[in-house]
Design a protein around this ligand. Structure first.
Ligand code: NCD
Length: 330
């Protein structure tokens, strides 16, 4: 029998905590909905840290399809591990090498997944908006695992969870996000998520890699990395996304490193116990030196991966509650 719904920390019950069918981005989530997903993820951190069995069978009998039209290591693996730990039957579709393009072909793919009666679909696609397109065509919840330069909501949630667990909360925390902000869906989802949770967000990039609309996100733009680091609690470094660049945005990796690379000397400008984050994959020696990336108590890079599994378990659980007939959600 489905357990009866209990009030969350927000005082809301059941579906009122998260009244969305899909998770396509952070943009349309209220702060309490973001906090709800983070609160839900905590139980999975505990389960995943258990010495022996890390299993819960609430998604048993459900089919989770991961359709990745773009390369991925940690996001794909993390969604697969998350689904399996909840007991789902997980199927992966790798389309990175195929010639699938946006438009009819994409819709055909969506219809195929739908005809196989997926219960939840996780999609990564190189085109911004492609995930929304698929979500409009299928009968089950869709999770965005990164679409073009648009959003990567589960990455922002796992980053928020990592900061919350390390610093005790997000309110008033100074977060400096530095690197290729222009091409980064991680930066976009994080700007939305961290400001919604009350953080004070600074973004730093060379003028060519700074989005024109940065101020609309209620973040403070910087071009001088040293100034952006002053007094920061969290330093989040981003990769230079060469694959999304169709022109020369930076003179060279060496120049980029000189101006925007995080070195132990530069890190001294941040708070003495500031944490260092990176969503991966890292370009060691470009945006971050190995010395900083591997600092045992300052770098949270592996912890972010760990939180990723917990956050994705929470999202898969919450989004499938309606079809599982969980009381208060169906
Ligand atoms: C990022 C992505 O793919 O958006 N990586 C990730 O999901 N952990 C960032 C990147 O590609 O640089």
């Amino acid at each position: 029998m489905a357990p009866s719904p209990s009030p969350s920390s927000t005082g809301l019950v059941g579906r009122d905590n998260f009244p969305h069918r899909h998770l396509l981005g952070i943009a349309n989530l209220a702060p309490h909905e973001i906090r709800f997903l983070l609160d839900e993820a905590e139980q999975w951190v505990t389960l995943n840290r258990a010495d022996s069995r890390k299993h819960d069978d609430r998604l048993a009998g459900l089919t989770q399809m991961n359709a990745f039209f773009e390369n991925s290591t940690r996001t794909l693996l993390s969604f697969e591990v998350a689904g399996k730990r909840l007991g789902a039957d997980v199927v992966n579709m790798h389309a990175a090498q195929s010639s699938v393009k946006k438009g009819e072909t994409l819709i055909d793919t969506a219809m195929t997944l739908n005809a196989m009666r997926a219960d939840v679909i996780v999609i990564r696609h190189m085109s911004s908006g492609a995930v929304q397109l698929i979500a409009d065509k299928v009968d089950c919840p869709v999770l965005n695992a990164g679409d073009g330069r648009h959003e990567h909501p589960t990455q922002a949630l796992l980053d928020a969870l990592t900061i919350r667990r390390r610093l005790g909360g997000l309110e008033g925390v100074i977060v400096t996000i530095c690197g290729d902000v222009l091409h980064s869906r991680v930066a976009r989802s994080n700007m939305l998520c961290l400001t919604a949770l009350g953080a004070n967000v600074r973004v730093c990039a060379p003028p060519t890699l700074m989005p024109a609309e940065a101020e609309r996100y209620r973040v403070t733009p910087f071009h001088d990395f040293d100034a952006a680091l002053e007094g920061a609690d969290v330093v989040m470094m981003l990769r230079v996304q060469n694959e999304r660049m169709d022109g020369a945005f930076i003179p060279s990796a060496r120049e980029f490193h000189l101006l925007y690379g995080l070195t132990p000397e530069r890190l001294k400008r941040a708070k003495p116990d500031a944490i260092v984050m990176h969503p991966g994959p890292m370009n060691r020696g470009v945006e971050i030196t190995s010395t900083v990336a591997d600092m045992p108590d300052r770098s949270t890079i592996t912890e972010q991966v760990e939180m990723g599994v917990a956050v994705r378990m929470a999202c898969l659980d919450v989004l499938t509650r309606e079809r599982r007939g969980v009381a208060g959600w169906a």
